[in-house]
Design a protein around this ligand. Structure first.
Ligand code: URA
Length: 235
């Protein structure tokens, strides 16, 4: 919401008075004086008027989790345990996933209550790289590298997948880097080269990798890690 609108609503102050207090330098967002009524504030920003808090910023939460095989990338499910069950955090009910993994896939998932941030992580337009370790039933072939780089037509969505990097690291093992996250994307891509994924693990998303996190463990992201997804470098 624009700052002048938030102020105008406060005790029915109205727009004229809102612009007056802005011009007088009485309004601060996150401790910084703002005079521009068009400045965008979100629910995480603390806004003060002459030192009085008129919007207490909500706490923004950003976590990474090492999802084990067998756990669902969902917040609620009647049958299976979900990744939320692994998290011990008082406000965990407010969290959503910034990108899902299949139940049979392990690896890095991100959780947050900040919808703008998760959109940034997930939108293909920002080209955030996601790296997967893949094991397949049949041997990898050299020509698959070119096929993944060219992209595949997915008729359901009627799209061509973005160029993907396939690095063959074993007879039936590869590291695959994608810049989008379509439904069952890795499995569907290998199906197109007449192969089948038998194990899938997400090693990293953008600059973030699991490091020492064991399956089932989670940790909050640092401020720099959160900001990393907002940097123009991901564009
Ligand atoms: N692609 C898949 O097929 N499955 C996942 O879990 C992630 C990417």
């Amino acid at each position: 919401m624009k700052l002048d609108r938030l102020l105008a609503r406060h005790q029915h102050m109205g727009r004229t008075a809102a612009h007056r207090v802005l011009a007088q330098g009485l309004v601060a967002v996150g401790g910084v004086v703002r005079r521009d009524g068009h400045y965008e504030v979100d629910r995480f920003d603390e806004v003060t008027l002459d030192g009085e808090v008129i919007q207490a910023g909500e706490r923004a939460i950003y976590l990474m989790l090492h999802k084990p095989v067998g756990w669902l990338s969902a917040t609620k499910d009647a049958q299976h345990p979900t990744v939320i069950d692994l998290i011990d955090e008082p406000d965990k009910a407010s969290l959503h996933l910034a990108g899902r993994l299949d139940r049979s896939t392990s690896g890095l998932v991100l959780l947050t209550n900040d919808g703008q941030w998760s959109k940034r992580v997930m939108d293909a337009e920002h080209r955030v790289p996601k790296v997967y370790r893949v094991q397949t039933q049949e041997p990898m072939r050299e020509e698959d590298v070119e096929a993944f780089a060219q992209g595949f037509h997915f008729p359901t969505e009627d799209i061509i997948t973005l160029p993907a990097t396939l690095e063959i690291i074993g007879v039936r093992e590869a590291r695959l880097t994608l810049h989008e996250g379509r439904y069952h994307q890795v499995k569907r891509m290998f199906h197109r080269v007449q192969n089948r994924v038998i194990a899938l693990h997400r090693e990293s998303v953008g600059e973030l990798s699991l490091g020492q996190l064991a399956p089932g463990q989670w940790r909050p992201l640092t401020a720099a890690e959160v900001a990393g997804f907002l940097a123009t470098g991901c564009d």
